[in-house]
Design a protein around this ligand. Structure first.
Ligand code: FE2
Ligand code: FE2
Length: 314
């Protein structure tokens, strides 16, 4: 993805957006709920592993289905990789005034997600902790692809990405079949929603300040969007399991992530666009039509597979 704005222009825009950041931090703090990760962990189920004289993990100890295991592993590793996202965002947003305050607050909240999920999975023996640690080390040692570079591209990316993790966490929680796991993931999903609102409001302001560049950034990000888990070990296999189970699939990506955010920005209603912005919007619309068709095909094929499975069972 080529960077849309020249760094000098970006610096000016960072300054112009700073009061919007400050106002949205106030908004965020007035609605965010402080919660404690330990409250969502059934500690009474916990026991030592062999290192301390207990028993190591074995598959029959887990109550999670293979689908729930895949979803919880992918979602936890995504949270674990926070240092990479922190680096990308700190580079794109800088560390001045309100930008710094937000970066620190956001990072602290995101860190809580990994703490809570790992404690929950370790205590309930939901997944193999040795395998999980091996995956975490592999992922964090390779980091993430650098992804979007510029300020506007990153603002657009995180708007979609926070909403995508909200959807994915919420559905993964349901898939655990455990009331505590469900509650925990709903709690985390609520945080992700507030993060999405924060970034979405910034993009909205940037659409007023730099409409052409912002529109081009939105197009570039939607056309190249990848879930943050894309660098994880076994990601392709796990993301297929997650999509087949309807935890995160192309239909949800189109209907519950991309479209609501674009609608909020009134992307398809604006009448004040330059020719370049108009062209970006047309490319975006064309791409989304293709995604919609692909999503329809995917859902139909999935339904056929399910029907076939049910027929062969009866
Ligand atoms: Fe998170
Ligand atoms: Fe988040």
């Amino acid at each position: 993805m080529t960077r849309i704005l020249d760094p000098t222009v970006e610096r000016g825009l960072l300054g112009e957006l700073e009061p919007v950041v400050a106002a949205n931090i106030d908004r965020h703090l007035s609605v965010a709920r402080n919660w404690n990760p330990h409250d969502y962990v059934p500690w009474s189920e916990g026991r030592n592993f062999a290192f301390l004289g207990g028993e190591d993990w074995s598959p029959e100890q887990s109550r999670l289905t293979p689908v729930a295991k895949a979803a919880m592993i992918v979602n936890l590793l995504t949270e674990d990789n926070l240092p990479s996202y922190h680096r990308v965002i700190a580079t794109a947003f800088g560390r001045d005034a309100a930008w710094r305050t937000w970066l620190d607050r956001w990072t602290a909240e995101e860190n809580r997600h990994a703490v809570a999920m790992r404690d929950y999975l370790t205590v309930t023996r939901g997944v193999d902790p040795v395998d999980l640690e091996r995956r975490r080390m592999r992922l964090m040692s390779t980091g993430i692809e650098d992804g979007p570079q510029g300020l506007l591209e990153n603002l657009a990316y995180v708007s979609f990405q926070e909403l995508a993790t909200r959807v994915s966490h919420r559905n993964a929680g349901r898939e655990t079949g455990c009331p505590i796991g469900d509650q925990l993931m709903a709690r985390i999903a609520a945080d992700e929603n507030l993060h999405m609102v924060f970034y979405r409001n910034l993009v909205d302001a940037a659409l007023e300040l730099a409409p052409e560049a912002m529109m081009c950034a939105i197009r570039d990000v939607v056309l190249s969007f990848e879930m943050p888990g894309a660098g994880q070990p076994d990601f392709l296999r796990y993301s297929a399991i997650i999509a087949n189970a309807g935890i995160y699939d192309l239909r949800l990506h189109h209907d519950a992530v991309i479209m609501p955010v674009l609608r909020y920005w009134k992307v398809f209603e604006r009448t004040d666009l330059t020719p370049a912005a108009e062209q970006a919007r047309e490319q975006l619309a064309e791409f989304l039509r293709e995604v919609d068709v692909a999503a329809e095909r995917f859902v139909a094929r999935r339904a056929e597979r399910t029907a076939r499975r049910e027929r062969s069972r009866s």
